[in-house]
Write a protein that binds this ligand. Structure first.
Ligand SMILES: *[C@@H]1O[C@H](CO)[C@@H](O)[C@H](O)[C@H]1NC(C)=O
Ligand SMILES: *[C@@H]1O[C@H](CO)[C@@H](O)[C@H](O)[C@H]1NC(C)=O
Ligand SMILES: *[C@@H]1O[C@H](CO)[C@@H](O)[C@H](O)[C@H]1NC(C)=O
Ligand SMILES: *[C@@H]1O[C@H](CO)[C@@H](O)[C@H](O)[C@H]1NC(C)=O
Ligand SMILES: *[C@@H]1O[C@H](CO)[C@@H](O)[C@H](O)[C@H]1NC(C)=O
Ligand SMILES: *[C@@H]1O[C@H](CO)[C@@H](O)[C@H](O)[C@H]1NC(C)=O
Ligand SMILES: *[C@@H]1O[C@H](CO)[C@@H](O)[C@H](O)[C@H]1NC(C)=O
Ligand SMILES: *[C@@H]1O[C@H](CO)[C@@H](O)[C@H](O)[C@H]1NC(C)=O
Length: 567
């Protein structure tokens, strides 16, 4: 047991959980690795008034923990914080229209054109930095993509060869339902006629303008209606380069003055991802309530329900699934490995007075810990389920005090990149249907009608008055046999996640980036990722038809649960 001597006398690794133990084993090594450490703590205040985030009660009905120890969730739909954000439309109102571009254009171009005419040399390469070229490209872009609203254009840069320029822009589909911006960058071919007048001859595919991708430091603002407004972090921007490097500890003194919370052990590992989130967000919520930095374990165990091997798989990274960049910017978190390295080093010196407060009973409420002054509060969880689930800390009286900060948890932007690539290939102009089958369709006791209601003939008749014939229809489904839906092809242009597997196969950017993140080892595009992407593509459809409510009258969580958890 973790006696008082352990707390006072020194750091006794044998008293910690398995994970902490391996970490501490690495401390000696880590000390060399983390030479210069930077620590970024952004004030982690929870602001329920954020106009961009009105947590609806949908979140609580989406995941429901009805008794103290059960967690009910639907694993075929994967929603996270950003899906529950209600966008303040004023954030999207200021888009650039063609008249804005023309207004800033007139005087300059006339003089440019005159100059061009005077010394017209058809063979000089196109100058991508030229204002006229910039305006020409913006106009061509706005005219080509009629269903898109543009918010920012970056200055063009040289593409490939003498007549191509790359340009990036921030956009959003005109009828966009989700609260997010997207970034695209494409390669333009600019033609020059005999009298040297310029025109855009061609615009490349989605994300073809690689040279315009990186946002350069000190780059003069391109073109924006409101002019150089600073990015806040309240809205995701899909398509920007991801930098989810681990936050660093700035110095020993910053570390010593910090206050930390860590959860150790427990029965949450290898459970469903929703169970993990329900628990993780409880820990994060408690850390925020206590104004402490959460020391978190970025390694996950992926439950067998999502793996192709059918086994639980250790060694997954939080960042495969979630946007750690957003989390570290918006909250105060620190990676366990670094934390223990620093702690181990500083704890040796008595004068540092790093103190540990150990809590081994989840019934000790967060409120009781508010007055604790120790450097670290460690909650240690035992081995008896369900009393060793982290989320039990947030039950009972704590429920009304500790709020789960859902707005901090967004999906990995590398996954969202796949989502926006799919939506772009469909020109953001498609309807979507979610067809849940799998285990539920086989379970006639709890879902008596689901199987027949989602059969091709039933689908054809239900969709008839919901989706126009000939539309692009994205089908998000957990049905493994996709040929099952062949009858729908007569009426709709059907699309499935698997049609886009080039976006995560060996030649994809996702593959190379996750491989790099994973120390050179390829990462499987697993079941949880598939459900994440499927869900988000579904949510971007113009019409969204859900299984429960729209296709069947069966209840989402089985017979008799319709009032408890419909979404
Ligand atoms: C949206 O944001 C603007 C300022 O950015 C604010 O004035 C307005 O009240 C907000 N609207 C809603 C519905 O929150
Ligand atoms: C849940 O926990 C509370 C106190 O922690 C207890 O009073 C209650 O009986 C528990 N409910 C169930 C269903 O176990
Ligand atoms: C462009 O902006 C002008 C003024 O801001 C507005 O009058 C016009 O309707 C806008 N055009 C479009 C297509 O939105
Ligand atoms: C164009 O030039 C005229 C005078 O030369 C000036 O009054 C006008 O404001 C200018 N327009 C723009 C959009 O710069
Ligand atoms: C230059 O040539 C193009 C066609 O090649 C023509 O459309 C344009 O009007 C010409 N411009 C001038 C200023 O003569
Ligand atoms: C990522 O961000 C960290 C600071 O959070 C910075 O030190 C690092 O250089 C960045 N990496 C890249 C590749 O931009
Ligand atoms: C956390 O900080 C806020 C604002 O600084 C303060 O109001 C609150 O009482 C603090 N909470 C605890 C548990 O210390
Ligand atoms: C799906 O069902 C919901 C809830 O009953 C309803 O609001 C929505 O309009 C339906 N969607 C379609 C496309 O019929």
């Amino acid at each position: 047991m973790f006696g008082r001597s352990a707390i006072r006398g020194g750091f006794r690794p044998e008293n910690l959980g398995q994970n902490a133990l391996t970490l501490i084993g690495n401390i000696g090594f880590s000390l060399f690795v983390f030479g210069v450490l930077i620590f970024t703590i952004i004030a982690a205040t929870y602001e329920p008034e954020d106009p961009l985030f009105h947590p609806s009660d949908k979140i609580t009905t989406f995941l429901t923990s009805t008794s103290n120890a059960t967690l009910r969730s639907d694993d075929s739909v994967v929603k996270t914080g950003e899906d529950f954000m209600v966008a303040n439309q004023t954030a999207f109102a200021e888009f650039i229209n063609i008249t804005d571009v023309e207004a800033t254009n007139t005087n300059e171009t006339t003089s440019q054109e005159e100059a061009n005419q005077l010394e017209c040399d058809v063979n000089t390469p196109i100058d991508c930095k030229d204002q006229e070229v910039f305006h020409l490209m913006m106009r061509a872009t706005i005219e080509k993509f009629k269903d898109i609203h543009f918010y920012k254009f970056g200055k063009p840069v040289v593409g490939e060869g003498v007549n191509s320029c790359d340009m990036a822009w921030r956009y959003r589909p005109k009828d966009g339902k989700s609260a997010a911006f997207y970034k695209d960058y494409r390669r333009f071919v600019v033609g020059k006629s005999e009298n040297c007048s310029l025109s855009v001859v061609g615009i490349g595919e989605y994300h073809s303008g690689l040279n315009a991708r990186k946002r350069k430091k000190n780059q003069k603002a391109g073109f924006e209606k409101t002019g150089g407004k600073k990015d806040d972090f309240s809205l995701p921007v899909v398509g920007e380069l991801v930098n989810d490097s681990l936050p660093m500890v700035e110095s020993d003194s910053v570390f010593k003055s910090g206050k930390y919370l860590v959860y150790v052990g427990g029965g949450d590992r290898c459970k469903s991802m929703n169970h993990f989130l329900w628990s993780f967000l409880c820990a994060l919520g408690e850390a925020q309530y206590l104004n402490r930095t959460l020391v978190m374990d970025l390694t996950l165990c992926l439950s067998s329900i999502y793996t192709s091997s059918g086994q639980n798989e250790e060694g997954k990274d939080f960042r495969f699934y979630f946007d750690f960049e957003h989390l570290k910017e918006a909250a105060s978190v620190l990676d366990e490995v670094q934390f223990w390295a620093k702690w181990g080093k500083l704890h040796k010196k008595r004068r540092n007075r790093l103190t540990l407060h150990l809590v081994e009973d989840f019934r000790v409420t967060p409120m009781k810990l508010a007055a604790v002054k120790d450097t670290m509060i460690m909650r240690k969880f035992g081995s008896v389920e369900p009393d060793n689930y982290w989320y039990r800390v947030c039950e009972g009286d704590a429920e009304s005090v500790v709020k789960r900060p859902w707005h901090l948890l967004w999906k990995s932007r590398r996954l969202m990149e796949i989502v926006s690539a799919i939506a772009s290939r469909l020109n953001w102009d498609y309807d979507a249907v979610h067809i849940e089958r799998g285990d539920k369709a086989r379970n006639k006791e709890l879902w008596p009608n689901l199987e027949t209601d989602t059969s091709p003939s039933a689908l054809l008749s239900t969709l008839q008055d919901k989706v126009e014939e000939g539309r692009h229809l994205y089908i998000a489904t957990n049905e493994e046999e996709l040929s099952f839906f062949n009858p729908l092809k007569d009426k709709y242009a059907t699309h499935f996640l698997y049609d886009y597997k080039d976006l995560w196969d060996e030649n994809s950017e996702w593959y190379s980036e996750t491989t790099k993140l994973n120390g050179g080892n390829p990462v499987e595009f697993d079941g949880y990722m598939r459900a994440s992407v499927d869900t988000e593509v579904f949510l971007r459809g113009k019409k969204q038809i859900e299984t429960f409510n729209n296709l069947t009258n069966d209840c989402k969580d089985g017979v008799g649960t319709c009032n408890a958890a419909t979404s």
